[in-house]
Ligand binder design. Structure first.
Ligand SMILES: Nc1ncnc2c1ncn2[C@@H]1O[C@H](COP(=O)(O)OP(=O)(O)OP(=O)(O)O)[C@@H](O)[C@H]1O
Ligand SMILES: [Mg+2]
Length: 343
């Protein structure tokens, strides 16, 4: 098979349309698409040149007539038309030219989504040629299902999904959200804090990809053995306008990102305070579960354990929890169908 599996028959799909990454799951096939939510557009001809990883490689390297866009910001759709273009391209990559009928699509959306935003997702789906049954599922529920929490039972669980644009904290019991909170601070804000730090302290301008790389390589939320780890960073020195290399440490990056990381911790604490006592007891017994790419920030689990006194686990595939959750609903619609809702 090539880069993407091609299908000719009708098929159900589970979609995680995320700020940072879009994933598509097909029952019986596993994840068939996993790409950054980025599109490169020719601004003169108004056509898409590339999507996903291909478009990401162009980030910060495009000629004047090409624009790379992340159409979802803060976990919601900021540009409906561009989102439609991107989603259409992704779905075409999965389905080729076939247009299956009567299939079911379950799409994860932030729990705080407004009806206007929800309508925008539907429009994006419809203009993608997907005339089938579209249902929405709250992302925290999907993430919890994907992280194998006992969502269908009368047991309280806490899921924290730290994505690119939003962090969603939810207490779930018996297939429903008992209480949830969402803050528009997540991986992107952490990356931006690194960019700001290099500019402020070293007068160094770095691109988004470099800042993200720093976060993944030496970023951390909690003191650890790697604190003295160093990294050489190349950027543009504002004073001379020329390239320059500086050396930074893991410890200074932890300090630089402590503010957005703190906002995430506060959202968790606030949710715990509002959780009914019986369910809080369950959470204390079973721990907090982290999902989303932000769960991969080194030491974030230790920090949360330390700040809340509750043991914190990282889901096995944090970046895939939401899409696996949508897949579970597709595969067991009789039992889990009521967690999704018609748009
Ligand atoms: N190893 C890592 N260390 C730290 N952060 C990481 C790591 N891997 C990925 N991330 C971050 O995870 C974020 C993307 O996570 P994810 O794919 O779950 O977001 P999303 O679902 O697209 O966004 P949202 O749910 O907000 O719409 C990015 O900010 C990325 O930088
Ligand atoms: Mg997400």
């Amino acid at each position: 098979m090539g880069f993407f599996d091609r299908f000719s028959e009708s098929q159900d799909m589970g979609i995680d349309l995320g700020t940072a990454n879009t994933l598509i799951y097909v029952p019986g096939k596993d994840i068939v698409l996993n790409q950054p939510s980025i599109i490169a557009i020719d601004t003169e001809k108004q056509v898409a040149i590339a999507v996903g990883e291909e478009a990401r490689k162009m980030l910060g390297r495009t000629p004047a007539n090409v624009k790379t866009i992340r159409p979802l910001k803060d976990g919601v759709i900021t540009d409906i038309k561009v989102t439609e273009m991107m989603l259409r391209k992704f779905i075409n990559e999965v389905r080729g030219n076939s247009s299956p009928s009567r299939s079911r699509i379950i799409i994860g959306v932030p729990s705080g989504i407004t009806s206007v935003e929800r309508r925008a997702v539907e429009e994006a789906m419809e203009s993608s040629g997907s005339l089938e049954n579209i249902e929405f599922i709250d992302e925290p529920i999907a993430a919890a299902l994907g992280a194998v929490l006992p969502v269908a039972e009368a047991i309280g669980s806490m899921i924290v999904d730290i994505g690119g644009g939003t962090t969603e904290v939810a207490v779930l019991s018996y297939q429903g959200i008992v209480y949830s909170d969402s803050v528009r601070v997540a991986g992107d804000e952490i990356t931006e804090a690194i960019t700001r730090h290099l500019k402020r302290v070293y007068n160094l301008i770095i691109g988004e990809r470099t800042a993200e790389q720093i976060k993944m390589d030496i970023g951390s939320a909690y003191p650890g053995e790697n604190d003295q780890q160093e990294m050489e960073i190349r950027g543009l020195y504002m004073v001379s306008g020329l390239p320059k290399t500086v050396t930074i440490t893991a410890e200074e990056i932890r300090a630089a990102i402590s503010e957005p990381v703190g906002v995430i911790v506060e959202a968790i604490k606030k949710t715990l305070e509002r959780t009914p006592p019986e369910l809080a007891g369950d959470i204390i017994d079973r721990g907090i579960m982290l999902a989303g790419g932000g769960a991969l920030l080194k030491g974030i689990d230790s920090l949360i354990t330390n700040e809340t006194g509750i043991i914190t686990h990282i889901a096995p595939n944090p970046l895939k929890c939401v899409v696996y959750g949508t897949g579970k609903v597709l595969e067991d619609f009789e039992r889990l169908g009521r967690v999704s809702k018609k748009g």
